[in-house]
Ligand binder design. Structure first.
Ligand code: M6R
Length: 600
């Protein structure tokens, strides 16, 4: 949700912090702020709005030169996104400044007792209690005060704290919210995510829960909550700085759509090796997939894949539902947790619930070192590189690819697939990157359809069988970035209600690729046509007949229906993108959303 960054070193802190914030803006973008220490005093600027607005304010009211500071980009949870609620938050004497990502669940109780002790609050945020608690416990050692404060709080936090009385250090701590500490020639950093520090260094420490780090000009030290120093190790970040930049595309989303063939190629070589090496449990009774949003849609496709290949029952649950309904999960259950960020609070909670019940947890995740990867028994990485656009694109098809490979390898180990079909399936998978590239080359045809339909007030997406989840995903992409109400439905369900919605003002996207149920889809199309719905079909190349049924067709290369979700996703993403751009929507940063949802 929010993004935090901190810097201490020989360079000018303000530009470093602002450029770090820019790289974290995907995490939240409704307000922002920065604090630096200069001449023993904390100086700050806060604004409602985006980082560019903060840059504008600093240009007008420059901050003093400083070699240390913290900064924050916010996705509001407690309190409106205004200047007062923007971080950093301060203690009463304004000597302590705090940036925070997460939620302090017991903040009301803490606030009441701090107020009764004389502390004065100015904001509606949960974070402000941290500044006052640290002030309360401060006896000349910022680290000790932070430790005492976090012992009192319940909830999740990644914190960066500075004090005017110790102007040469940053103290940071985490619990259930991501935080890295990094070191390079330019100095030392804290950040919510790796892209914030990529320009400056490659050596990072993924802080563990309930660890506190102190960064000063001598180095980095890490402590536990008993104030004992603990060992830590640096990991080397392999991704290049350019992977977190737009690379000539107008939006990250478009860049990420275009990266899909390359991501898939990478997965089919290095990712596949990992998936083959995994020792598949022979005694699993059932598989439960937990995920949210787009990852949940990937999970729904996963059910079709795994059940059909490995003949094991698969249930797919929204993480937020799974954890509260006492799910039937035990030692015989394999739980697959899917998440791009690996920090989605609901998915993490679902995983903890599953582990409590004795299940083995395997995660499919994109972010190395994320909480999910640390809490899982095994991880398959999606190797998609940083996904910055809020709308998930390349991570989705990468999750699908992992599920196909997983399904095939599981089926082989359980002997539910013949050697010939196994080989033939891998052959199809290996052909996908080139087919995806073909679709991207023909982007103009999708753009034409998108521009023609961008004024429609609502959309329906229909699919059947393994492309029913594709329809759900197409609708999610459109609604989150264009704000057009859109629903995804299983085409066979139309007659049970949704057909009442059809009239000439409703655009209906039908996934009608070659399949054994193609004719059924055509019947559904006819029913919509008879009611004047504006039809757009996604069909297989060579399907001449489709044009007699619908006014607009987007063709994709012909492929076995079983693998078609890996292709169908692309025109749906491009359609949503074009419509959102035509409506002048902020594609990479849709309103009210944030890239990783680290709160329940
Ligand atoms: O990081 P995760 O994959 O766990 O995120 C899950 C959802 O929040 C995410 O897929 C969300 O729905 C995207 N905005 C969809 O494009």
């Amino acid at each position: 949700m929010c993004g935090i960054v901190g810097y201490i070193g020989p360079k000018e802190a303000v530009p470093i912090l602002l450029s770090g914030l820019k790289r974290l803006e995907y995490r939240g973008y409704d307000s922002a702020g920065i604090a630096v220490i200069s001449c023993g005093k904390i100086h700050s600027r806060k604004i409602p709005g985006k980082i560019n607005d903060l840059i504008g304010v600093i240009a007008k009211e420059p901050l003093p030169k400083a070699g240390l500071g913290i900064a924050h980009t916010r996705w509001a949870t407690h309190g409106a996104p205004n200047k007062v609620n923007a971080h950093p938050h301060s203690s009463c004497d304004r000597k302590i400044s705090v940036v925070h990502n997460g939620i302090i669940e017991n903040y009301l109780k803490l606030k009441e007792s701090l107020i009764s002790e004389g502390h004065r609050f100015v904001s509606q945020t949960d974070t402000e209690v941290l500044a006052h608690l640290i002030e309360k416990f401060y006896k000349g050692d910022l680290k000790d005060a932070v430790i005492e404060a976090i012992k009192k709080v319940e909830g999740s936090f990644a914190l960066g704290v500075v004090s005017a009385d110790e102007p040469d250090k940053i103290v940071c701590a985490r619990q259930d919210s991501p935080l890295i500490v990094a070191e390079g020639r330019a100095g030392r950093f804290i950040a919510s995510d790796v892209p914030a520090i990529l320009e400056h260094c490659r050596r990072v420490v993924y802080l563990k829960d309930r660890e506190v780090a102190v960064l000063d000009n001598n180095g980095i030290r890490v402590f536990d909550l008993n104030k004992r120093e603990v060992r830590f190790k640096f990991d080397r970040v392999l991704m290049g700085a350019q992977s977190a930049q737009k690379g000539g595309f107008p939006h990250f989303m478009l860049k990420e759509i275009h990266e899909q063939p390359a991501v898939l190629k990478r997965l089919l070589s290095s990712g596949a090796r990992e998936i083959r090496r995994f020792s598949y449990p022979r005694k699993i009774k059932n598989i439960v997939i937990v995920a949210c949003g787009t990852a949940y849609h990937a999970g729904l496709v996963g059910k079709y894949i795994i059940e059909s290949l490995a003949r094991i029952p698969v249930a797919v649950d929204l993480s937020s539902e799974f954890r509260y309904r006492d799910p039937i999960v035990d030692k015989g259950t394999l739980v697959l947790a899917i998440s791009q960020s690996g920090e989605t609070a609901d998915t993490l909670a679902a995983v903890r619930e599953a582990k409590k019940k004795g299940a083995c947890v395997v995660s499919i995740c994109n972010v190395v070192g994320s909480s999910l990867t640390r809490e899982s028994d095994h991880v398959f990485y999606t190797l998609a590189g940083p996904e910055i656009g809020v709308a998930s694109t390349k991570a989705y098809t990468a999750q699908l690819a992992v599920l196909y490979m997983f399904g095939l390898e599981l089926a082989r180990s359980l002997k539910t697939i013949s050697q010939n079909s196994f080989k033939a399936s891998w052959k199809v998978l290996n052909s996908i990157p080139a087919l995806q590239a073909e679709i991207l080359k023909a982007h103009r045809s999708v753009e034409k359809v998108g521009r023609k339909h961008h004024k429609f007030g609502s959309f329906l997406f229909l699919g059947r069988n393994i492309n029913f989840p594709s329809a759900l995903e197409g609708a999610l992409k459109l609604k989150e970035i264009s704000y057009i109400p859109a629903e995804g439905y299983a085409a066979g369900e139309m007659k049970h209600g949704p057909i009442a919605l059809i009239d000439e003002y409703r655009a209906v996207v039908c996934i009608a690729v070659s399949s054994r149920i193609y004719d059924k889809m055509i019947s559904n199309i006819q029913e919509i046509k008879a009611r004047s719905g504006k039809l757009i079909a996604i069909a297989s190349a060579g399907d001449k007949a489709i044009r007699t049924h619908v006014s607009e067709t987007i063709f994709i290369p012909k492929i076995d229906e079983f693998f078609s979700p890996l292709l169908v996703a692309l025109p749906l993403q491009m359609l949503a993108y074009t419509i959102a751009v035509s409506r002048k929507c902020p594609v990479d940063q849709p309103r009210n959303l944030a890239k990783s949802v680290t709160v329940e």
